[in-house]
Design a protein around this ligand. Structure first.
Ligand SMILES: Cc1cc2nc3c(=O)[nH]c(=O)nc-3n(C[C@H](O)[C@H](O)[C@H](O)COP(=O)(O)OP(=O)(O)OC[C@H]3O[C@@H](n4cnc5c(N)ncnc54)[C@H](O)[C@@H]3O)c2cc1C
Length: 265
């Protein structure tokens, strides 16, 4: 009852942590939490989650940060995937979470990393992420609406180490399911700080030299592709420049918008 009253009167709801998954020791985690029945979002959007920093329920003591939803809009729970940033104020709290703990979740969802931003009839969707930027894309590839717009999706995930290539089971499952109905999910991992069988150079480099397209077996052509960029601002800025040179546009004015981006810091 008290929880319901609080949920009604604030711009946030109070949820509970149901599960915590440690993907990489003390570095990469995901949490699954309960979801307010009125909380709606589009795949690719984010919300703000908060924790009480002084162990009472006064608004001023809640610390908030933006996190992309990993879960798809029709799932009953919310999932968030996060990195523990050394010396980060919020990261310090995230590194000590426990099952059953309360999480504050803004009632509103935000962001334009969504497929309804694209105009025109493009066949291919390129999803390019560094690190935890993959969060938004897991939601997008899980969502059936995405696959009714795009037949081919190329998911490019750049991380430092192989162990950071998370969500492989889900990616493989969706790949098989979509293949069975005539769609294609191509997964292109990039490992920048270890020598592995995967691509090694930064995303802007392998885009410029054509290795990315060769590996994906698809052309990055502005006439038939839409692109999303998510994660590290430096990657976004470099990729934006390359894509704009290739004819992609972030502008809605000429009705051909085919590039959207989300900076994580
Ligand atoms: C729209 C949006 C969506 C976001 N979604 C996610 C998400 O799904 N998962 C997630 O882990 N973070 C996400 N973030 C970042 C998140 O909000 C926090 O900034 C981050 O978790 C660190 O918080 P902090 O207080 O510990 O450190 P902060 O003081 O906020 O950040 C300190 C520094 O850490 C680095 N940093 C911040 N976030 C990241 C990151 N994700 N990966 C690598 N380095 C980082 C930057 O150099 C930053 O300057 C998102 C940010 C935005 C704006």
């Amino acid at each position: 009852m008290i929880v319901n009253l609080l949920n009604n009167n604030h711009s946030y709801s109070i949820q509970k942590i149901k599960n915590i998954n440690e993907w990489v020791n003390k570095k990469l985690f995901s949490i699954t939490i309960t979801k307010d029945e009125n909380f709606v979002f589009k795949a690719g959007q984010f919300t703000r989650i908060g924790f009480n920093i002084e162990n009472d329920s006064k608004d001023k003591n809640i610390l908030w940060r933006a996190y992309s939803m990993v879960s798809s809009p029709d799932e009953d729970e919310l999932e968030f995937y996060y990195v523990i940033v050394p010396n980060g104020q919020f990261s310090k709290i995230l590194s000590k979470l426990e099952i059953g703990q309360e999480v504050f979740v803004r009632k509103q969802s935000f962001g334009f990393l969504t497929i309804d931003q694209f105009q025109g009839n493009n066949d291919n969707l390129w999803l390019m992420a560094t690190g935890t930027g993959i969060s938004a894309y897991i939601s997008i590839i899980k969502d059936k609406k995405t696959w009714s717009h795009f037949r081919k999706i190329i998911l490019v995930h750049s991380v430092r180490k192989v162990e950071e290539l998370t969500y492989q089971t889900i990616i493989n499952k969706i790949k098989t399911e979509q293949y069975d109905i005539g769609n294609t999910l191509t997964y292109v991992p990039i490992i920048t700080k270890e020598n592995t069988q995967y691509l090694h150079d930064r995303l802007p480099i392998i885009t410029r030299n054509g290795i990315l397209e060769k590996t994906a077996k698809e052309t990055l052509d502005c006439k038939c592709s839409s692109v999303m960029l998510c994660g590290n601002p430096e990657m976004l800025s470099d990729m934006r420049e390359i894509l704009i040179e290739r004819g992609f546009t972030t502008k809605t004015s000429d009705n051909v918008k085919n590039l959207v981006m989300e900076n994580y810091w």
